[in-house]
Design a protein. Structure first.
Length: 117
């Protein structure tokens, strides 16, 4: 199945989890969770893959859905734009049940401080 890249305007700072995103899209769009691709949660937004060819009515509806008290404002990332490709490079890839506690906010392993630092 061919996927399209989308961005939503809720992220880690809003307390959103992959489970929240999958649940909201599945409930609001009637899309089974297994058809939602990778989810990459950043500080102030998240990136996700959804099946290509989403009906316009569903797309418009998802733009208005609220998640953790904030509008998702879903929008399609244009395939040909460099920033769309750059959005997916780096960052922390999260999936349901992942443990991000061992990583800092940029997805790097957390450093431990020695006493006296």
């Amino acid at each position: 199945m061919k996927m399209a890249h989308y961005r939503i305007e809720v992220g880690r700072d809003d307390g959103v989890t992959p489970r929240d995103i999958v649940g909201a899209i599945a409930n609001e769009a009637g899309l089974e969770g297994r058809f939602i691709g990778r989810i990459d949660i950043r500080e102030d937004h998240a990136l996700l893959d959804l099946p290509e060819g989403m009906p316009r009515e569903i797309y418009r509806h998802l733009k208005k859905v609220y998640l953790r008290g904030k509008a998702m404002r879903l929008h399609l990332l244009a395939e040909g734009r460099m920033d769309a490709k750059r959005e997916w490079q780096g960052g922390e890839r999260l999936t349901l049940g992942s443990d991000k506690s061992a990583n800092d906010r940029r997805g790097r392993p957390a450093r431990t401080r020695k006493r006296g630092d």
